[in-house]
Design a protein around this ligand. Structure first.
Ligand code: FAD
Length: 243
């Protein structure tokens, strides 16, 4: 038993690190969407990563000393697209540096995909809540199309400048009768509350809830949802804190 344990330990701790292959991509476009957000388009060099909408990858850029450090980012493009897009907000050392310095043509190494934040695994009636850059998995859902659930989507950002891809969100709301979108500019209109969500979406105990955004937002919404009697199994979240 000791030997089996040792072999399992060596496999997971030592060998799997070397066996874990990263897929080579190249940065084919870099677009600054606003003062702190970058859209990075990556094209496969050898083979394409297969993923589900809502999943994330670890990416690093080996030609640059600062950016040669793996960080997790959600794939914000649809799985069917040949290239893959990441939408990255400058919030610390790595992401701020990337916002200023990442150039088209750079090499990128991707690991993944990871994650189970996938609305297709949930029930027929859903509420999605995105805070700030927490929009990225929902962008992937919207871009994937086939929105065959009854979905109310709440996107909360501080200001209009911070709001991303509003045109795509509005287009989806026009296209799918079962998809409603509500955008909240919290500096102008105050923070989004669960009470307002209930006014529009009704009894939340009958909904599957998907949350993505800063930890504070997720924590306060999940606590309130549980107090309302929404079963924890119906509450799904992805939090973006890397630490
Ligand atoms: C599954 C997953 C998916 C993600 N998807 C995306 C995405 O699609 N787009 C995106 O922009 N980001 C995404 N992130 C977040 C992204 O990975 C991080 O923002 C990034 O790795 C931070 O690296 P950094 O060096 O720039 O920032 P860091 O220096 O690590 O700082 C990041 C944040 O932590 C705060 N912070 C710094 N130090 C501390 C401390 N000691 N204690 C507490 N807080 C601290 C900073 O103020 C900042 O807000 C995702 C994260 C995860 C886990």
């Amino acid at each position: 038993i000791f030997l089996i344990g040792l072999a399992a330990y060596l496999y997971t701790e030592v060998f799997s690190r070397f066996l874990h292959t990263a897929l080579p991509y190249r940065v084919s476009a870099v677009r600054r969407l606003n003062g702190n957000t970058t859209e990075v388009t990556l094209s496969p060099q050898v083979k394409r990563l297969r993923h589900q909408p809502g999943q994330f990858v670890f990416v690093r850029f080996p030609e640059d000393k600062v950016m040669d450090e793996s960080h997790p980012f959600t794939i914000s493009s649809a799985p069917a697209e040949e290239s893959l897009r990441l939408t990255i907000k400058a919030s610390g050392d790595f992401t701020r540096y990337l916002h200023r310095n990442l150039r088209e043509g750079s090499q990128a190494l991707l690991e993944g995909p990871y994650g189970l934040f996938q609305y297709q695994l949930g029930g027929l009636k859903q509420v999605w809540i995105a805070g700030g850059i927490g929009i990225t998995p929902f962008l992937a859902f919207i871009r994937h199309g086939h929105l065959d659930r009854q979905i109310d989507f709440y996107y909360t950002v501080r200001s209009r400048e911070e709001a991303l891809f509003l045109d795509e969100i509005e287009a989806a709301a026009k296209r799918y009768l079962n998809f409603r979108a509500f955008v909240r500019f919290s500096l102008e209109e105050g923070a989004l509350t669960l009470r307002e969500v209930m006014t529009k979406s009704g009894d939340l105990r009958l909904r599957e809830i998907y949350l993505c955004g800063p930890w504070g937002m997720i924590q306060s919404f999940t606590t309130e949802l549980e107090e309302l009697g929404v079963p924890t199994a119906q509450i799904h979240y992805e939090e973006f804190n890397f630490r």
